[in-house]
Design a protein around this ligand. Structure first.
Ligand code: PMP
Length: 366
């Protein structure tokens, strides 16, 4: 039996969603019946996503995933606003799909202010200072993919409005969508990125919500699909899978599963926890004292227990800037372990996690 604890990396798609998603094979831009059938499915899916995000259907643009959504928002807003001012406010624990485009702009002469996320919190005074002069773009996330920290988007919106700095507020909602975020939060944002595969849809599909009236240029140009904002034939099957995963989502039990997971993990003596005051209910960040991440992940994997070190993306990068920004010394980040759960996580899964972690400790700690 397999015990999956890597839902923050991806949420495996169930058979019903796979079947439903491949029921349509046409190109939504084709004028014949195959095309109209595909168009209908795409537009019905757009309605589902718009409802879940609390916006209008014509504010939802389908993309190839949140990496593209984040790149589109950042480069699209930067291009539209470069003449007004070249300042960006963000924080120091963004996902690489936000951090890298911003670094790219910085190399091209933009000024970037990175607010600290020590202990998974923003300092109110630091945030206030950051918005005290004109800002083109503010980029934040609702839920951090490594620490599970949740950020107060309402506070950021208020600071932007009170300061009159004029920033476009872009928010990465990938880890919070359906699990923590609310449509009310998204309505405070000028753009929001979400991704299908974090909630059971396919990999390679996502959406960008862009509030009507926002100044933003298209990032991918070509055949003019998505009202000219995102060219490329729509990933119809992926889009259907996205809507299906939203429709089938039942997350009411997540807080209980989170508490059960945490109490099981607390029985493992070599684990230390990095739990922010405001945290989501599906990501637990730990440090395994005395066992390096790769060694522990491999041991667990060979016993059918799947976890990750931190994020699937930062395993490719050198070091771990997010955990260091949280306040962990570099020597501890090499022992990081991320457990992420879903509404489907069972007591049997948790029992197996505990037993395998205890066995790993006996075997691997010298
Ligand atoms: N932002 C966050 C917070 C994420 O966790 C991820 C996925 N790891 C992304 C963006 C990128 O999403 P995608 O895989 O759809 O490109």
């Amino acid at each position: 039996m397999l015990h999956y604890f890597d839902y923050a990396a991806t949420y495996p798609t169930n058979k019903n969603i796979i079947e439903k998603s491949f029921s349509v094979t046409g190109n939504p831009s084709s004028p014949h019946a195959f095309g109209t059938e595909a168009r209908k499915e795409v537009e019905a899916s757009r309605e589902v996503i718009a409802k879940a995000m609390g916006c209008k259907t014509d504010e939802v643009f389908f993309t190839s995933g949140a990496t593209e959504s984040n790149n589109t928002a950042i480069f699209g807003v930067a291009e539209a606003r470069a003449r007004v001012c070249k300042r960006i406010v963000t924080d120091d624990s963004q996902h690489p799909s936000v951090a890298e485009p911003i670094k790219h702009l910085e190399e091209k002469g933009w000024e970037v202010i990175r607010v600290s996320t020590k202990n998974g919190c923003h300092d109110a005074d630091e945030l206030k200072m950051a918005f005290s002069s004109p800002v083109s773009l503010a980029c934040f996330m609702t839920v951090n993919n490594e620490t599970g920290a949740c950020y107060d988007i309402k506070q950021i919106r208020r600071l932007i409005d009170m300061s009159g700095c004029g920033a476009h507020l872009h928010v990465d909602g990938v880890q919070g969508f359906m699990k923590y975020d609310t449509p009310v939060t998204y309505r405070l944002c000028d753009s929001v990125s979400v991704s299908a595969h974090k909630i059971g849809g396919f990999k390679g599909v996502g959406a960008l919500m862009v509030k009507k009236g926002s100044k933003i240029k298209p990032f991918i140009v070509g055949g003019g699909q998505e009202k000219g904002f995102r060219s490329g034939t729509e990933n119809v099957n992926g889009i259907i899978s996205f809507a299906e995963s939203v429709c089938g989502w039942k997350g009411e039990n997540l807080p209980e599963i989170y508490e059960n997971t945490l109490s099981v993990l607390k029985e493992v003596p070599y684990l230390e926890f990095n739990i922010p005051v405001n945290h989501c209910n599906h990501i637990i960040s730990c440090v395994a004292k005395g066992i390096r991440s790769e060694t522990l992940i491999n041991y667990l994997s060979s016993a059918g227990v799947y976890c990750s070190a931190s994020s699937a993306c930062s395993t490719r990068a050198k070091g771990n800037t997010v955990l260091e920004a949280y306040g962990l010394p570099a020597e501890k980040t090499v022992n990081a372990l991320r457990i992420s759960v879903s509404p489907e996580t069972t007591k049997e899964n948790l029992q197996a996690l505990k037993e395998t972690l205890l066995a790993a400790g006996k075997r691997l700690i010298l």
